[in-house]
Unconditional design. Sequence first.
Length: 312
Amino acid sequence: MKVALLSFHTAYNYGAALQAYALQRTVEKSGAECEYINYQNEHRAHAYDMKYHFRNSLANKNVFGAAKSLLGMPVMAARAKGFNKFYSDYLRTTEEVYRNSAEAAQLNGKYDKFIVGSDQVWNSINNGSDTAFLLDFVEDNAKKISYSSSFGVSSLDPDSATVYGNLLKQFSRLSTRESIGTQIIEDVSGRKAHLVLDPVFLIGRDEWDKIAEQKNKKNKKKYIFFYTNRQSQITDFVNTGYITNEDLHVLSTHMTPREMLNPRIKTRISMTPGEFLGEIINADLVVTASFHCLAFCIVFHKPFIAILTGDH
């Protein structure tokens, strides 16, 4: 059996990268041959392109946005190097790049099944309101499967609900990783969806250990790993007085000069997916608001503190 996978397989995001690998490995272990559709619509192609965002901000006379993009260029360049190597080493994709549903339709007849998921592939903000992520280009509905697909929102607006409902009705198998997702699917399509695990839980810890980059794991000092992309969370945590003898290893692009100069805080603005896993494995405690960071704490049996955001 030959299976085509569709996800955010080029994202410079730790969770997106690692779940993509896990889903591919799981399908492979079932005995199927699989590869990711190298699908990059305009929105996804520019998602991490700081030069594009810089030019776009200037064109719209957004000085603050232009400055932010300019400062982000070296950060994203460093992140791109590590992530691109990870994708090259661990993921298989089609050689041809597809930009829209019309181009992706060429894939009909080449695969026995099409699987979309996991991650927030059904979040219109992330997918660029592109219905290709609802497999609208696949002609045979019996070949359409979703695995652990997430909306990333608690509800859909009426127009989106109509579009999503019509396309979700066409899937042969539907699943999502969140209970709210099963409710959305039922509300817009009348279909019952399975609630399933995120792909990172589908492969064993031994496989993750092989990917993890663990530097200086012997004779290490105790530390707390803090992963955030929101301002103030670092200082707020430090001010709780929770840290005693531990150092704080921070992965964030939102740090104040004071935080960066604190000798107790080891800061990183970027690391490879393998280093990300290594930090979790060797930490004494993990503090984060990231779904996948928490998921790996469970995989590696690490104590964690979850920072709740939004209205949760």
